[in-house]
Design a binder for this molecule. Structure first.
Ligand SMILES: Cc1cc2nc3c(=O)[nH]c(=O)nc-3n(C[C@H](O)[C@H](O)[C@H](O)COP(=O)(O)OP(=O)(O)OC[C@H]3O[C@@H](n4cnc5c(N)ncnc54)[C@H](O)[C@@H]3O)c2cc1C
Length: 365
C-alpha cells in the first residue's frame, strides 16, 4: 500500500490486487513497533506505548528493562492496514479485493483469479508486496536463501499487562514467545523452528492459566533470509516477499516500510525515465540494503548465536546482565530496529560478556 500510494501520487495509474476480501484480516501480526514506524506513518492506530519490557529467561527470575522514553508501541494491526489502504487510495491508487495473482509473463501481463474466474491486466511494472509466501517472488524465479518459520498467537480475554518476552527451549525453541496488549485484551504468541508450534502455544497458554480464555487464534509465517537481488526486468519485491524482516524479532513492519519508500522512489524515477529494466530498478536493492539490509545480515548472525544457547547458558547470560551499569545501557541504547548497536554497546560496557557472543564478534564490530 505504501508503494502504491507513492506511485499514484506521482501521477501513474496504480492498481493493487489483494486476495483477501477484507483489508487487514486475517491478522498475522502482534503489532509491536518502534517509535520510527509511528513517525514514518503518522498512524493513529496505537494501542499503547511502553517504556519497559519484562524478559523471562528459561529458569530464572524475570528481568525488567526500563528506558528513559517510550521505545515500543503496540498497534492495532487491522486498523493500521486500513489506514495504509485509505492513504494509498487518497493518493489515487485503485484497490481490488478478492483478486489472487496467479501469473506474470515477465513483461506486461498479470493474471489473477477473482470470483473463480481467471482475468488479465496489463502494467509496466509489477511490485510483489504479497507477503512471506509471495506468488510474485515464485513467478520471478529470483533465488532466495531462507527459512520460513511458523508464528502463532492467541488473543485472550485477559487485561493487558505490558510487554513480556519468554525465552527457552521448552517454550519456543529457536525463537521466543510474547505477551502484548491487544484491542480485545492480550495477545500471547510464539514462533519456533523446533517443530509443533501449536503444541508449544497450547502448553504456554495452559501454563499461564488462560487456555480457556482464547478468543481467536492467528497463524502466519516469518520469512528469514536473504536474496541477492529484489528486482528483475519490470518487477520489484518488497516487504516479507523480499525477506525484509528482522531475524531476531521477526518484525517486518519497520524494515518493510523503509524499503517500500525506496521502492516507490526508485520506481517513480524509472517510470519517468521510461526504463524499468532490472538494471534501472537495481538502485532500489542497493538503497534498502544500505538502510536495513546490513542490520538484517547482522541479525541473521546473531540469531545463529542465539539458537546455539542451551537453557542453562541463557540463564547464565541473564545472570550476567543483572548489573546496574548494563541495565542502564540496555534501557538507553535498546532499539528493536537495530539490535546490533545494543549488542555492541553492552559488550563494550561489560567485555566479560564476550564469552557469550562467540563467532558473532567479527560480524558485529
Ligand atoms: C505471528 C506473527 C506476529 C508478528 N508480529 C509482528 C510485530 O509485532 N511487529 C512487526 O513489525 N512485525 C510482526 N510480524 C511480521 C509482520 O506481520 C510482517 O513483516 C508484515 O505484515 C509484512 O508486511 P507485507 O505487506 O510485506 O506482507 P503481508 O502483511 O503478509 O501482506 C501481504 C498481502 O498480500 C496478499 N497476498 C498474498 N498473496 C497474494 C496473491 N497471490 N495475490 C494477491 N494478494 C496476495 C495477502 O493477502 C496480504 O494482504 C509478525 C508476523 C507473524 C507471523
Amino acid at each position: 500500500m505504501r508503494v502504491a500510494g507513492k506511485i499514484a501520487k506521482a501521477g501513474y495509474g496504480t492498481l493493487v490486487l489483494e486476495e483477501d476480501r477484507v483489508i487487514g484480516t486475517p491478522v498475522q501480526c502482534a503489532g509491536l513497533v518502534s517509535p520510527r514506524v509511528v513517525s514514518m506513518t503518522g498512524t493513529k492506530s496505537i494501542i499503547g506505548h511502553y517504556r519497559s519490557a519484562t524478559l523471562h529467561p528459561p529458569n530464572t527470575e524475570p528481568l525488567e528493562i526500563f528506558s528513559p522514553e517510550p521505545k515500543a508501541y503496540v498497534l492495532d494491526r487491522v486498523a493500521f492496514d486500513r489506514e495504509m489502504a485509505r492513504s494509498a487510495m487518497r493518493c489515487g491508487a485503485e484497490i481490488m479485493l478478492g483478486c489472487r495473482v496467479t501469473g506474470w509473463d515477465g513483461e506486461g501481463s498479470v493474471r489473477y483469479v477473482t470470483e473463480g474466474e481467471e482475468r488479465e491486466t496489463r502494467c509496466r511494472v509489477v511490485v510483489g508486496a504479497d507477503g512471506p509466501n509471495s506468488s510474485v517472488r515464485h513467478l520471478s524465479r529470483i533465488p532466495a536463501k531462507a527459512e520460513h518459520m511458523p508464528g502463532l498467537q492467541a488473543v485472550v480475554g485477559k487485561a493487558p499487562d505490558g510487554i513480556h518476552i519468554f525465552m527457552g527451549n521448552k517454550i519456543a525453541p529457536g525463537f521466543f514467545a510474547w505477551e502484548l496488549p491487544h484491542p480485545s485484551g492480550t495477545v500471547i504468541g510464539l514462533a519456533t523452528d523446533g517443530g509443533n508450534a501449536y503444541g508449544y502455544l497450547v502448553k504456554l497458554l495452559k501454563s499461564m492459566g488462560v487456555d480457556r480464555k482464547v478468543i481467536a487464534l492467528q497463524a502466519g509465517t516469518i520469512p528469514l533470509g536473504r536474496m541477492e537481488t529484489s528486482v528483475a526486468d519490470n518487477l520489484m519485491l518488497v516487504g516479507d516477499a523480499a525477506y525484509q524482516v528482522k531475524p531476531l524479532s521477526g518484525g517486518g513492519l519497520y524494515t518493510g516500510l523503509v524499503s517500500a519508500d525506496h521502492c516507490g522512489d526508485v520506481l517513480v524515477d524509472a517510470l519517468n525515465r521510461g526504463d524499468t529494466s532490472a538494471d534501472s530498478l537495481s538502485e532500489y536493492h542497493t538503497r534498502w540494503q544500505k538502510d536495513v539490509g546490513s542490520e538484517i545480515s547482522k541479525g541473521l548472525w546473531m540469531r545463529r548465536v542465539y539458537r546455539r544457547f542451551s537453557d542453562d547458558e541463557l540463564d547464565r547470560l541473564f545472570h550476567a546482565l543483572r548489573d546496574d551499569k548494563i541495565l542502564e545501557v540496555i534501557g538507553r541504547e535498546g532499539d528493536i530496529d537495530y539490535p546490533s548497536a545494543l549488542a555492541r554497546a553492552v559488550l563494550k560496557t561489560s567485555p566479560k560478556l564476550l564469552k557469550f557472543a562467540g563467532p558473532l564478534i567479527k560480524n558485529l564490530f
